[in-house]
Design a binder for this molecule. Structure first.
Ligand SMILES: [Mg+2]
Length: 221
């Protein structure tokens, strides 16, 4: 199960070992620095990224502080994905954390990104030595999670920065340990712990401690 791309909407799906702990991990802004990458990309184009709410809409502003309209935000994000899907740098602690966790269980990446950026994103992960299977999903992640863990009897952890996906996981795959990991402090301060979440943090080391404790306790899903 290495260096492969799967699509939740069609085709085959990864088959993790039933008795091995499983760590399912989002990519953008959990493993790779989406926010810092976007900020760097926006700057020479005359835009900056504020952090006045937990959203991109309303926070992309021109040099006079005028907000980009929603359609422009959508266009900028699409352009950023198209140009930079192979060009993001890892977030602090992410590589060490994943390399350590991979000695305890299987790792699978579950990402929502435009399907035409999947190959570039695969290359970005591979270059960092992160050859774990990559699942490209659309919409809430709960259904894909339920499918991924259906035959797994060992502990399962899921990490994501998006409240939407954490809520979806709690709803559709309630036995999974959820870690809401939001590394960017400026955005994290607008959030609070979601009801039912296992851990809310910005720190990969804390996430690793939590996941290893779940694995050691044998909290099976
Ligand atoms: Mg993300």
């Amino acid at each position: 199960m290495t260096s492969e791309i799967y699509y939740s909407s069609h085709g085959p799906f990864p088959e993790p070992g039933s008795w091995r702990p499983l760590i399912i991990c989002d990519v953008d802004e959990v493993v790779l620095g989406f926010v810092s990458g976007l900020e760097l990309w926006l700057s020479p184009r005359g835009w900056r990224l504020a952090r006045d709410s937990y959203a991109l809409n309303g926070n992309i502003r021109d040099s006079n502080g005028i907000e980009a309209p929603a359609a422009k935000v959508e266009e900028l994000i699409a352009e950023f994905f198209a140009e930079c899907a192979n060009d993001l740098t890892p977030l602090p602690g992410a590589l060490d954390a994943l390399n350590l966790l991979a000695t305890y269980g299987d790792v699978i990446f579950l990402t929502n990104l435009p399907a035409n950026s999947a190959t570039a994103r695969r290359a970005n992960l591979d270059r960092l030595g992160l050859t774990h299977p990559l699942v490209v999903n659309e919409g809430p992640k709960g259904p894909a999670l339920a499918r991924l863990v259906s035959k797994v009897s060992a502990p399962v952890a899921f990490l994501d920065d998006s409240p939407e996906h954490i809520i979806s996981a709690i709803k559709d795959a309630p036995d999974i340990s959820t870690i809401h990991l939001v590394p960017d402090a400026g955005f994290r301060r607008h959030l609070t712990a979601i009801e039912g979440v296992g851990l809310f943090t910005g720190d990969w080391r804390q996430a690793v401690r939590f996941i290893l404790a779940q694995i050691n306790a044998g909290n099976s899903h």
